[in-house]
Design a protein around this ligand. Structure first.
Ligand code: ADP
Length: 242
């Protein structure tokens, strides 16, 4: 039994190490892609300045600017994850779920309006103890994903429910195209994306759901996803009430 026990530990250790190696590899690759593009366009612009051919300059600078935005999103998400790991302690306070939801809705209003997406806040739950800033981040990531990935004109619902006396549920529900079943298990892994090209264009870093999972676990809770093709997706966060 002892030997089996040790064996388990070593396999676990190897898994953790492999996850770390993969993470560094993925992060470097994700950072290099926009950097390579920026380098290329800046070199071209330098040549154009020399030869006086500036007709494409505006277009190239737009591309450079978009890639810098991508880099900033990536670095911000990487920093968020790293801070969650190095400072896992929570700042617990009484939070008012509807107030926090409305705050996020107004933050997302411009993004949602651009795609003609309506965001509704539904449900009634009493205030409960949680880290307000982190609950906001969970909402921000889930709602911005919904806005990013569902077709224009669809709807996002933020729904709060009590699940007995011991838990509060936060559901972010959309009526978009849904997520194919074979991806659901891996969705919360760092850098996991369904369609790398398309979701990268949509402005995703692939870290949003990993951050959500981390925050929910640090609250002693969890996050799950249900989805039906052509009908939509539902992300369910469970907060334990102490
Ligand atoms: P990203 O930064 O790309 O949004 P996430 O970790 O937040 O990364 O999400 C992982 C992937 O899950 C996304 O790339 C997208 O393909 C898919 N996804 C997340 N939310 C939704 C949603 N509401 N509808 C459809 N697909 C989604």
């Amino acid at each position: 039994y002892g030997v089996v026990g040790i064996f388990h530990d070593i396999t676990d250790l190897k898994k953790v190490e492999q996850v770390r190696i993969d993470f560094v590899g993925n992060a470097s690759h994700e950072l290099r892609t926009p950097l390579t593009s920026i380098k290329g366009y800046v070199e071209t612009l330098k040549e154009d300045v020399k030869t006086g051919h500036m007709d494409q300059a505006g277009k190239f600078l737009d591309i450079v600017s978009r890639n810098i935005d991508r880099l900033m999103d990536l670095v911000n998400d990487l920093l968020s994850l790293s801070t969650l790991e190095s400072h896992p302690e929570l700042r617990m306070e009484m939070i008012h779920p509807l107030q926090i939801s409305e705050h996020i809705v107004s933050e997302m209003a411009v993004l949602a309006a651009e795609k003609n997406i309506a965001i509704r806040v539904i449900g009634e739950v009493p205030p409960f103890m949680a880290d307000a800033g982190k609950v906001e981040q969970v909402l921000r990531n889930l709602v911005s994903n919904a806005i990013k990935f569902i077709p224009a004109g669809k709807t996002v619902q933020i729904r709060w429910e009590s699940d007995g006396p011991k838990a509060v549920l936060l559901k972010v529900i959309d009526n978009g195209q849904g997520i194919p079943e074979e991806h659901l298990d891996r969705l919360f892994e760092r850098f996991y994306r369904i369609d790398k090209g398309r979701t990268r264009d949509a402005g995703g870093t692939g870290l949003g759901l990993a951050i959500v999972k981390h925050i929910m676990q640090s609250h002693g809770g969890s996050v799950a996803v249900k989805s039906k093709l052509e009908q939509g997706s539902e992300f369910i966060c469970t907060f334990p009430i102490k």
